[in-house]
Design a protein around this ligand. Structure first.
Ligand code: BDR
Ligand code: CA
Length: 314
């Protein structure tokens, strides 16, 4: 089988971590590198967490730290959602390797430049690294096959009434990415808030019985504890939907849309404004995921954790 080369760029984060567990279990993908960005927590914490998750899942590829701060504004972090470490909950093994010397954008540029085939980027945090790459190396655009990202929401926000966290943290970066002309598939809140893992699903995952299952269930429980008082029926595993879009698009409902990022609005900065009805007559620049077969998504997660078999924490 011809594998799809991907670079995972994120700010783990419980749902980033679960997205990476899923990605690493899929035969269709070859993960070339993991890059980190300031977002759910500071860059130092997200980079450390990335190393711990990689160690847990036996993902031995270069890990590079990226941008600590958004392009133009101050960083917002989310300790209320992901804890002070950025990945509170079950204990994890220490990173098996140090980060590489190259900064994330340098590493991405080198991998793109030297790859024989275009590479898929999967950002699940603020888009600061991806925008920086596009600004610094526009010549490499043709080597980017597709961007599957988690962020935004056509119909809702989660950090303000209008804006989703990843886009709100660095709206200018998102604007650069959305205007890039590259193929973008957006797993926004429209779908990710339907990618809910209910308490009984958490138990089903735990009952798989291996170490990864125990830890993923622990992450989900932690995540659900934050969301339950807000009225959620389960833990929304936002970032994993970006991976589903690559490996099981048949589980998703998508539509093409022209989407712009609001940079100015007093109440709406960071909103992804989608021209749902095509009023503007502009060429769609984003494939927006709007719905998911939730039951099949749970089966996919169960299958993913089961595929690890028995692992010994390193
Ligand atoms: C996004 O924000 C972060 O807290 C999650 O990791 C996810 O990427 C959801 O709005
Ligand atoms: Ca994330």
């Amino acid at each position: 089988m011809k594998k799809i080369p991907v670079i995972l760029d994120g700010d783990p984060g419980h749902d980033d971590a679960i997205a990476w567990v899923l990605a690493n279990s899929r035969q269709e993908l070859v993960i070339l590198a993991v890059t980190t960005v300031g977002g759910n927590q500071t860059l130092a914490k997200t980079t450390y967490n990335a190393g711990r998750v990689m160690s847990l899942i036996g993902l031995d590829v270069p890990r590079a730290a990226g941008r600590a701060k958004p392009l133009l504004c101050d960083l917002i972090v989310a300790p209320g959602v992901h804890g002070v470490t950025g990945l509170d909950g079950p204990g994890l093994p220490e990173p098996a390797r140090d980060i590489v010397e190259e900064e994330a954008v340098e590493l991405m540029a080198r991998l793109l430049e030297t790859s024989d085939e275009p590479i898929v980027l999967v950002p699940t945090g603020p888009l600061t690294n991806i925008a920086s790459l596009l600004l610094l190396r526009p010549d490499l655009k043709e080597k980017i096959k597709h961007i599957y990202m988690m962020g935004g929401g056509i119909t809702k926000g989660n950090w303000t009434a209008a804006a989703e966290f990843n886009i709100l943290v660095d709206p200018e970066a998102a604007d650069i990415v959305f205007r890039s002309g590259l193929p973008i598939t957006m797993a926004g809140l429209d779908v990710t808030e339907k990618a809910l893992v209910h308490p009984e699903d958490i138990e089903r995952i735990r009952s798989v019985g291996n170490e990864i299952a125990r830890i993923v269930a622990g992450w989900l429980e932690f995540f659900y504890q934050f969301h339950q008082p807000l009225g959620y029926e389960g833990a929304p595993v936002h970032d994993a939907v970006a991976i589903v879009a690559i490996v099981r698009p048949d589980l998703l409902t998508m539509c093409e849309m022209y989407v712009e990022v609001e940079l100015i609005g007093e109440y709406t900065r960071g909103a992804t404004v989608g021209d749902i009805y095509g009023y503007l007559g502009r060429k769609p620049n984003v494939t927006c995921i709007m719905d998911i077969d939730r039951e099949a998504f749970i089966d996919l997660l169960v299958e993913s954790v089961a595929s690890y078999g028995e692992v010994t924490l390193g």
